[in-house]
Design a binder for this molecule. Structure first.
Ligand code: HH2
Length: 258
């Protein structure tokens, strides 16, 4: 899954794809580089980010989705039902909701009424404050229990279970140690029986592992190392900025493990 953030403030590519032609070109490049789907988002969820209005989010993502329609498989990174509805009309195939259906009570109905895929992600707290004091007794167990509950809620709302993937939410209300433990113990999430998506790409945890205690991003090389580690523990969808590099690394890791 390639990432196209149509935002001025995303932590690693903010401002680069604000122009719809630039956003669509980036998505086409990612698809050509081997992405199966490209995730288009109009609201940054980086630590400390503020909310974006519905009009502004639509203004950012709709022109990009219009340009990709029928050409590049798209996913919409939103927690707003109206944004998802417009994106699905424009051919998006997956709704990526970092609030796991807690952000907008209408979103589950919109997904259920379509045959879209859905990603449910774990987050402790909300983006503005989530990194202030993340705390767990058993991070893998608690994240799995949360995702199991959200999965049940989604299925009860009429979304087919086979269309749902789960995501531990790397960096969303987690310390470096929590993030590492979630990747190390991915089996606990896989036990829920759904594909696991991970978003480690360029995240600050990677810079911090390498010794920069104030890092706000991580390198491409570190991202790939983390993605391969997650692949070896069973992750099957990788949300990444550097598509070609990840495709090459993961195809190689897959060939070794085949
Ligand atoms: N991470 C980000 C945004 N959306 N969705 C899922 N399912 N999983 C993730 O880990 C995830 C996500 C944050 O990364 P990015 O989009 O690069 O930055 P920003 O939120 O600042 O736009």
């Amino acid at each position: 899954m390639g990432i196209v953030n149509v935002t001025p403030d995303s932590f690693s590519d903010g401002g680069r794809h604000l122009d719809p032609d630039a956003g669509a070109a980036a998505a086409r490049r990612m698809f050509a580089d081997g992405a199966t789907i490209v995730d288009v988002g109009g609201e940054s969820t980086r630590p400390g980010a503020g909310a974006v209005s519905l009009d502004e989010e639509l203004r950012r993502v709709v022109p990009v989705l219009e340009r990709l329609a029928g050409e590049v498989p798209a996913s919409i990174d939103t927690s707003k039902a109206e944004v998802a509805r417009r994106a699905l009309e424009l051919g998006a195939e997956l709704v990526n909701d970092v609030t796991a259906l807690r952000g907008d009570p209408e979103l589950a109905g919109v997904v259920a009424a379509s045959d879209a895929y859905l990603c449910l992600m774990h987050m402790q707290g909300e983006p503005r404050t989530m990194q202030l004091e993340p705390s767990y007794d058993d991070v893998a167990g608690e994240v799995a229990a949360f995702l199991e509950e959200r999965l049940e809620i989604a299925v009860t709302a009429g979304i087919a279970e086979e269309r749902i993937c789960l995501d531990p939410g790397i960096g969303f209300g987690k310390t470096v140690a929590h993030n590492l433990e979630l990747v190390r113990r991915l089996d606990v999430l896989l036990a829920l029986g759904r594909p696991v998506l991970v978003g480690l790409s360029r995240k600050s945890v990677l810079g911090r592992i390498l010794g920069d205690t104030h890092a706000s991003t991580g390198s491409t090389a570190a991202s790939i190392g983390a993605a391969v580690a997650a692949f070896e523990r069973g992750a099957s969808i990788f949300r990444v900025h550097d598509v070609r590099e990840h495709v090459e690394a993961l195809a190689t890791a897959k060939a070794v493990s085949a």
